[in-house]
Design a protein around this ligand. Sequence first.
Ligand SMILES: Cc1cc2nc3c(=O)[nH]c(=O)nc-3n(C[C@H](O)[C@H](O)[C@H](O)COP(=O)(O)OP(=O)(O)OC[C@H]3O[C@@H](n4cnc5c(N)ncnc54)[C@H](O)[C@@H]3O)c2cc1C
Length: 420
Amino acid sequence: MLDAPLPSRVRVLVLGGGIHGVGVLHDWVSRGYRDIHLLEKNTLGSGTSSKSTKLIHGGLRYLEQLREMGMVFEALRERSLLLRVAPDLVHPLELYFPILQEERISAWKIKIGLTLYDRLAGRAGLTPHKKIPLSQVKKQIPSLQVEKFSTAFSFWDGQTDDLGLVYRVAASSVELGGKISQHHQVERILPCAEGWRVQVRTPGGDVQEIVTQYIINCLGPWANTLLQMSDIPVPYEAVNNKGSHLLFKDIGLRVGLFLPSLQGDGRIVFALPWEGYTLVGTTESLYEGNLDDVQIDTKEIAYLLSVWNAYFSTPFGFSDIVGTFSGLRWLPLDAKHSLSKISREHVLGETEIGKGLLITLYGGKLTTYRSLAEKIGDRLMLHAGEKNQSCTHEPKMWVKKEQAPPVPSLQQRFYTAIPE
Ligand SMILES: Cc1cc2nc3c(=O)[nH]c(=O)nc-3n(C[C@H](O)[C@H](O)[C@H](O)COP(=O)(O)OP(=O)(O)OC[C@H]3O[C@@H](n4cnc5c(N)ncnc54)[C@H](O)[C@@H]3O)c2cc1C
């Protein structure tokens, strides 16, 4: 299903099998077309799309910046859509946001933010937020030192298995006629009379060419490298922001927690129940290392453990960690803002030569992949002068769990060696 033979010619070529690549594939075939092929150099979802915090959310903390309001609104709309079309993959999760004793003022800010969050979600939203007594928090999470907090709020978001979502979208696309070749690495893009000639390294080691009119570059952190190797000017500069997670044996968490870092850096650490584990992440730092080997380092582990241990009476140490994974947020560079304030909004870069159009995606979120893919599909329609509509919002465009290939087990996916 995921190893179709390479075509010599195709109308649309999608590069990268993360959530955005498979989203674009699904969008195109849902419009009734078949002439599309996706290339992935490893296996589907092996990049950032299996290393996220696994939240299908509006992104409450993005409301701190007014300019992100539109993105939060769109993400909340997508959250309710995904809860509807893939209910076995995306489920509601209650989250607690406790406020530190010394930060009473921020309780008002959080309250305003949560009220806005509920309003933006509209009628299709989940259970509205509420203030909850600390005794209730203690009952739910007995090892949390609630005396550190002055109050707490409860609100709801969505949670998923990110890799499971990639597989489901991919299988739904293949069912509708999309083609995918894993283990095929794109090496170079060259202009030609029909649009583009794309050189692809096959698993056997030889190079084959595909001629195409449209290229959708969804290579995430690798996107600009390919353009540079192809002597194509990059439409936007971008940076990689690394985030990491630790997995512990389940401590009995049934709700998620937002834990403010105590180091005055304004970061929030998530503690979430996930697939029978307790997931703790994420820190954000600029990353300039090897894109093919992104791993948590000792400093990040120590940071996450220190936040956890500041709040829980059952401390965690290195030996309690059962797995780690790290991913890269590929963010369009914006000289005006610091790393944590760079917009999470996506941008689409366009390179047009003759008949050919190459669209490069910068940024994006797991939650909004579908609406972003729809925007890309609409752009192609405009270029082609055609009018077929995207139908990925319709449940009939989605295969059921049993029709998707089995998703690799957690052990097979991401457990990386823990640094000494
Ligand atoms: C730590 C962290 C936590 C996050 N948490 C959330 C969250 O909770 N909710 C949310 O909505 N979003 C979250 N995000 C954002 C979300 O995970 C990403 O926006 C999304 O996964 C990016 O997907 P992508 O398809 O653009 O890139 P990727 O998943 O990285 O896919 C790119 C693919 O291209 C392939 N590739 C690279 N080079 C080549 C080549 N030459 N030829 C062929 N294939 C190639 C790679 O192997 C890879 O599979 C998080 C991001 C990070 C980093």
